[in-house]
Design a protein around this ligand. Structure first.
Ligand SMILES: Nc1ncnc2c1ncn2[C@@H]1O[C@H](COP(=O)(O)OP(=O)(O)OP(=O)(O)O)[C@@H](O)[C@H]1O
Ligand SMILES: [Mg+2]
Length: 552
């Protein structure tokens, strides 16, 4: 008997976003060697030679009451249409199938493979994962589209985010068109909060608190105020004195044209002396002015008003942990040196720059991330201007585009207005909104997507959603993802390590994939407690710990 005559499966309902299929005998329906599961593909043909590819969303069993001895079981599959194969070519979208569809069967793996292989031209293909239901099928994305728009990688702790980030970047760094010696032209900056990534990128330029140098005078006025002014106190005197002193010092150190000097303001990106600003505040705090009584003087208008401000200021300047920002070496860095060090254009060229933030004191983490992000964004902005001025091909606005990777993104760009995150949130939100125009893309990894600024998350076009168990996070992600995945998103809590939904405009078919294992791996945070505890007592060098802690 021919299979068609047996009618093991039949489409019983067609909705714009869903097809319902009734299957009599699941054994006959399944193709040899392929297990049918949620996430498997079906092919549904109509009379016009079009074949719809749909992905199974859910599966139910109906037990029909019948007069026969054994109740009859029917299997109901609901599938989500992904696209149509017409004349051998796959197109996204599934609303063009003639009704009623004629035949439904599991898609053959060769057919799926062909879709992945043929939908993208060879030079666009960027692959880092295999199909979860069949690990022999590589699932490439359109590499240009993937990196051109912001990318979100979400998943609970241990779901595989760090490994996924590492794998994607390792493949990006290894890709080459043609044959040449040396580095390719990829440029990635990783903000690493847990010191994980050095192990995965041994050739990367590594910057941590011991060699990070960021001149305080590159901070903008908001960041400067966040650092030096007690924002809780909301003290206008502090602000005014600080601003006046910064502008004065910028003018005093300016050696450009005289006419330009008048235009210098609080935000002018110019060197100034932070110690002069402190002295200015001290002077105001102790100032005495002539009094009406001849020969006598009296307390100046701010005398004694700035004592707390001055002592806070002094504490910052003497805090060795802030030397990377406020020390003399940081002050003397030129802008070019800072930029070169951040994008791997120093003496040792590198594709990947790892900025290890683990030693940066928590109270300056936000402005540190903000400053670096802003410099990198502005690099994109001014580089584009330069290229346009020089009449370069304006279609290619930046031939040295950057990818900025934020691990634990909810820590820099939270979904709330807390003052202590304002600086980093503003800088990163600006990149989220405008970065694409200047060749600066974000990759955000987070275990708490619901705590990430929505402004940023909603600008992401490609998503890797790994296992996510917290319902608040699941709902948040669901809401922001394109609908095409339907109930597939409900699989989020059950995914294995490294297994992920791959969704977005760079993706040929929204798919459940297994991300390829990276090599080398990021430093695992799994500490073998039980092994360590069973060893003989370890000695601790408390003195060394004290030094790195920055305690006197
Ligand atoms: N693609 C993969 N294939 C197989 N195993 C993986 C894969 N990715 C991760 N794993 C395993 O899962 C574990 C956790 O991975 P990873 O450290 O990347 O998780 P994470 O999501 O970054 O966690 P955290 O939020 O705690 O940082 C690793 O020990 C690794 O062995
Ligand atoms: Mg991680």
């Amino acid at each position: 008997m021919k299979q068609e005559e047996k009618m093991t499966a039949e489409v019983i309902a067609v909705f714009p976003d869903k097809v319902r299929i009734s299957v009599d005998s699941i054994e006959d329906f399944t193709i040899a060697e392929e297990n049918l599961r949620v996430g498997s593909y079906l092919r549904i043909a109509d009379n016009d030679n079009a074949v719809m590819i749909a992905v199974i969303e859910n599966f139910t069993i109906e037990v029909a009451n019948s007069s026969e001895e054994e109740p009859k079981r029917k299997y109901i599959l609901e599938a989500n249409p992904l696209g149509i194969i017409r004349d051998g070519k796959f197109e996204r979208g599934g609303d063009t199938l003639a009704i009623p569809p004629k035949k439904v069967e599991p898609a053959k793996m060769e057919e799926i493979q062909k879709i992945f292989e043929e939908s993208l031209s060879e030079e666009k293909k960027f692959a880092f994962a295999k199909l979860s239901t069949n690990r022999s099928i590589s699932v490439p994305v359109d590499g240009d589209r993937f990196f051109n728009k912001h990318i979100a990688i979400v998943g609970s702790t241990g779901s595989g985010k760090s490994h996924t980030v590492a794998k994607i970047i390792q493949n990006a760094v290894r890709g080459k068109i043609g044959e040449y010696e040396g580095l390719n032209n990829s440029h990635v900056v990783i903000f690493d909060i847990h010191s994980e990534y050095r192990a995965a990128f041994p050739d990367a330029k590594f910057i941590d608190i011991t060699n990070l140098k960021l001149p305080y005078w590159l901070l903008n006025s908001d960041e400067l105020q966040e650092l030096f002014i007690d924002t809780e106190a909301n003290d206008h005197n502090q602000r005014n004195v600080f601003k006046e002193a910064v502008v004065k010092s910028k003018k005093d150190h300016f050696d450009g044209a005289e006419g330009q000097k008048e235009k210098i303001h609080f935000d002018s990106p110019l060197m100034f002396e932070i110690r002069e600003v402190l002295q200015f505040a001290r002077d105001k705090d102790t100032e005495r002015v002539p009094s009406a009584t001849a020969g006598k003087d009296k307390a100046g208008p701010l005398n004694g008003q700035l004592t707390n401000f001055v002592s806070r200021f002094e504490n910052k300047l003497s805090d060795r942990r802030l030397d990377f920002l406020l020390g003399n070496e940081a002050r003397d860095m030129t802008f070019e040196e800072v930029l070169k060090s951040l994008i791997g254009y120093g003496d040792d060229k590198s594709n990947v720059t790892i900025i290890d933030l683990s030693g940066v004191p928590f109270d300056v983490l936000s402005i540190t991330v903000s400053l670096i992000s802003r410099i990198l964004f502005e690099y994109g902005y001014y580089y584009k201007r330069l290229r346009i001025d020089e009449n370069q091909d304006v279609n290619e606005i930046n031939d040295v585009p950057l990818l900025l990777v934020y691990e634990e993104a909810h820590k820099y760009v939270p979904n709330n207005d807390a003052a202590k995150y304002r600086a980093s949130r503003e800088s990163i939100e600006r990149i989220a909104k405008e970065g694409r125009k200047y060749g600066v893309t974000l990759m955000l990894a987070s275990q708490r997507p619901s705590e990430i600024s929505e402004t940023i998350f909603s600008q992401c076009n490609n998503f890797l959603a790994l296992r996510l168990t917290n319902p608040a996070d699941q709902n948040y992600v669901k809401r922001l993802l394109p609908d095409t995945m339907g109930n597939l998103i409900d699989r989020m809590p059950t995914l294995r390590a490294g297994e992920s939904l791959l969704i977005g405009d760079a993706v040929v078919l929204p798919s459940v994939v297994q991300v390829d294992m990276c090599d080398p791996t990021p430093a695992s945070t799994d500490i073998p407690y039980w092994q360590l505890w069973q060893e003989q007592w370890h000695n601790l060098d408390i003195d060394k710990i004290k030094k790195i802690w920055g305690r006197q």
